[in-house]
Design a protein around this ligand. Structure first.
Ligand SMILES: [Cu+2]
Length: 124
């Protein structure tokens, strides 16, 4: 029984080493435009996601402050790239949240959320 336990522990610790090296290799978002929490004086033309390595965008959805999905008119970028941009329709004043999902070259899924608001008119 003892040898099994040692083998088991060895496998567990190898798993940790393997996992931590994968964590380092993960593709991550480095910059977004707009920045999370940004207050914009006009509707942004696009959302830009910059990654530490090439990534492929699986999906993105834009939700307004009523929780409604804002239809995106342009198609998603199909290429694997470090910089992915998604064109936006003209947005009226309000708060928006973009939920996106991408995949790095290691096939790991990366998900993120980006909130911003448009305030073209001075707030009363
Ligand atoms: Cu990864």
């Amino acid at each position: 029984m003892k040898i099994y336990k040692q083998v088991f522990l060895l496998i567990i610790s190898m798993g940790f080493v393997l996992n931590s090296s994968l964590v380092i290799a993960h593709t991550a978002v480095t910059i977004t435009v707009p920045k999370n929490g940004a207050v914009l004086s006009e509707s942004p033309k696009e959302i830009i996601l910059r990654f530490s390595d090439e990534a492929y965008l699986n999906s993105i959805s834009l939700i307004d402050e009523q929780g409604e999905v804002v239809p995106l008119t342009s198609s998603l970028p199909e290429a694997l790239a470090r910089r992915l941009s998604i064109s936006l329709p003209s947005l009226k004043d309000g708060s928006y949240t973009a939920l996106w999902s991408a995949e790095g070259t290691d096939t790991h899924v990366i998900q993120g959320e980006l909130s911003f608001s448009v305030e073209s008119l001075p707030q009363q």
